[in-house]
Design a protein around this ligand. Sequence first.
Ligand code: TPP
Ligand code: MG
Length: 337
Amino acid sequence: MATRKSPRKSNVSAEELTTYYREMLLIRRFEEKAGQLYGMGLIGGFCHLYIGQEAVVVGLEAAAEEGDKRVTSYRDHGHMLACGMDPKGVMAELTGREGGYSKGKGGSMHMFSKEKNFYGGHGIVGAQVPIGTGLAFADKYKENGRVTFTYFGDGAANQGQVYEAFNIAALWQLPVIFVIENNQYAMGTAQARSTSTKDIYHRGEAFGIPGEMVDGMNVLAVKDAGEKAVAHCRAGKGPYILEIKTYRYRGHSMSDPAKYRTREEVQKMREERDPIEQVRTMLLDGKHASEDDLKAIDKEIKTVVSNAADFSRESPEPQPQELWTDIYAPEIPQEVN
Ligand SMILES: Cc1ncc(C[n+]2csc(CCOP(=O)(O)OP(=O)(O)O)c2C)c(N)n1
Ligand SMILES: [Mg+2]
């Protein structure tokens, strides 16, 4: 199957394009700010930025409906923002403050929102794949028509538990979309050094799971593919695999010497394939927006991000007695919403 290079353009409204522009820009600016706060020593622990990959979550969220679920790895800030979580709560969690989504006790890799059906944030590579499959099992059991987006990386795709999850998802025809965010590197290891095949989307064939490859730098291509996968799952046909080819501009985490690729490689991707620039060009060329309109959006996003950063510095640190809370569930939940 070929990469989707020329998604439909004709029936995309100016409003829709502007929404994607705004959502991707929010992630980009938020991550840049997180990088700055990390540099200032305000964020402790690990911090994995999503810069470059914005079209993946924004495109897939455009294909999702209310009540659908998502779960991902440690590179999770973009997923949270794209599903509508509050930038203030996310940033305050990064700085370990009370106003954070996990009350400042989880940090970058461990945030959740029941309200937005965001099930983490997981630091163990691949751990979220069986979890996402389990969420889909609950939905199938309850016959509620919901779909779970289970995101993982190209590196994680080589893990055994992924294939155990594929097997059970196919056997029970679970409504789960396995989203492989192939950013071409697993820490410092290029895909070609770790993975026996160039493409990964066909890894479900042995289980009867259809898969397709998607241009992850093009938000419209991602949305199209997402809609197809969602329709497949909602029709009760079981799981679907999307291998979304993308690229991260920053290091694996904030402490990455970046010796495994050249500056030129990153620069080329930024100049030729940037997902935000692509939408910007579509908006301007199609006369859907003027330079001034886009400047106004940039300004608005800047304010949202700077308010989030202010909140993340002003919110107090958690009280010491918080060490003893949120450890065990007070009761075993009988009903999962
Ligand atoms: C089970 C396990 N093994 C190793 C690690 C260390 N580790 C953290 S991220 C990572 C690479 C994963 O790469 P990929 O799945 O491609 O995701 P990306 O970071 O590119 O988003 C590794 C090996 C870990 N966290 N968990
Ligand atoms: Mg990767």
